[in-house]
Design a protein around this ligand. Sequence first.
Ligand SMILES: C[S@@+](CC[C@H](N)C(=O)[O-])C[C@H]1O[C@@H](n2cnc3c(N)ncnc32)[C@H](O)[C@@H]1O
Length: 296
Amino acid sequence: MTGTRPTLEGALDCEVVTTRSGARAVRDRLTGELMHPVVGPAVEAERLYVSPSRLRDRLAAHDARPLLLLDVGLGAGSNALAAWKVSAAATRGRLLELISFDRSLGALELALADEHAADFGFEGAGREAARALVRDREHACEHARWRCVLGPLPDTLDAIAEASADVVFWDPFSPRANPSLWTTRAFSALRRVCRRGATVHTYSGATATRSAMLLAGFAVGFGPSIPSIPSSPSSPSTPSIAGDDRQATVGAVDVRDLDAPLDRRWLERLGRSSAAFPADAPADALELVRAAPQFR
Ligand SMILES: C[S@@+](CC[C@H](N)C(=O)[O-])C[C@H]1O[C@@H](n2cnc3c(N)ncnc32)[C@H](O)[C@@H]1O
């Protein structure tokens, strides 16, 4: 490790556990949160990120331009690997330009270890690509270019060109454990780098997450439902999903790219919510959200 690289102490803070569904998942000891807590990494990456973003169709489109996907919260690499595998399977598709953000490569290093790699879907070329990412911070092949940006989010988004991203997987720890990444400021930094047609996918269905995205200038809609598991205080596999809604969220630059935009009923509930806004919302946040184009 050179002196200029961010420290990778996260490697010491992670462990692999078995979730109540029987899937293996990485647990962050500092926050106690699991990465992909409910149905396991591969299924959850597909259900909450790859499928709702229509990544297969978008990569198959006739477009000479690479598709830029921002993987915010690389973690154990499950979302990124799922996207990488989609591009590997696409015949004559667009090049996938994949940029993963995290402060640490520790969780990915753990998932790539010989005793865990198969549980996390790291086999063959995908495993080699992820190993190269850890070693060189980048990997390129015929169908994808993958690189990582290490450092504190959301500031590291400043390195991305304005209006360049097509798809975003937004997967930090929960708003309870990781509040700074669910603020108006964080989503405003993200909105700057999203181009027309971009969509943002996140597991949080919290009202404050949705209002933060609206305040940042996204159109916002309901995402796929999130499978729940019964809580058990004695279990070490505490799920990380702390949304007050069991439905994920999709953001878009253009409301026409949303299947199920938040509607007036959601707006009415917002007015009654005791946790309506992120900590950095302006005093007139309710008026600003009501004035969002999608509610006109
Ligand atoms: C839930 S995990 C991501 C799981 C990952 N998407 C996957 O598929 O395995 C959240 C990740 O966000 C990273 N993270 C949280 N806050 C961060 C911050 N402020 N800056 C950079 N990375 C952060 C953590 O280090 C952690 O790896």
